[in-house]
Design a protein. Structure first.
Length: 161
């Protein structure tokens, strides 16, 4: 016996209400909303109308999304500007909004965070060869999205301790 998934059919108003609730719960990008709307069996025109309505009612705001995204990824996950920029680009956020979001990250805090993650990682690496240790730390910080020149400067402080 084959069991079929029953897909609920919604009208565009009920989808709009669902999307308003979804957007109110957490900041969303237009890209995320479009992807979520693709789950529903509605016309392209209805999808676009829903997006326009969400923007008009300020449920979707790309700049606000980019600012919150950058702030959260930096403060919670300790991501660097490179990784944040890449993720925002994947979400089709405009260059203007990306620039604005990255500008909000304080340079002093950024460098302190980089040194913090390098120091923390340094404590977990059991490597006696200084060159290999440095390479591993550079790879780690690069994977977190930090710029190579800043990593090298921060490493001087971390390895001298």
């Amino acid at each position: 016996m084959v069991e079929y998934e029953k897909q609920k059919i919604y009208d565009s108003y009920s989808i709009l209400v669902k999307m308003q609730n979804w957007c109110a719960y957490q900041e969303r990008s237009q890209f995320d909303v479009r992807r979520k709307l693709s789950e529903f069996q509605i016309s392209i025109e209805d999808k676009e109308n829903i997006i326009v309505k969400l923007i008009e009612e300020n449920f979707i705001n790309e700049e606000r999304f980019a600012l919150q995204f950058a702030k959260g990824k930096f403060s919670i996950k300790k991501w660097g500007r490179v990784k944040i920029r890449q993720e925002l680009k994947q979400k089709k956020v405009s260059d203007y909004c990306i620039k604005k979001a990255l500008e909000q990250i304080d340079d002093t805090t950024y460098l302190e965070t980089l040194e913090y993650i390098l120091t923390k990682k340094r404590a977990t690496i059991k490597e006696t060869n200084q060159l290999k240790l440095k390479f591993k730390l550079i790879n780690y910080a690069s994977s977190k999205g930090y710029e190579l020149d800043l990593i090298q400067d921060a490493l001087k402080n971390v390895l001298d301790k």
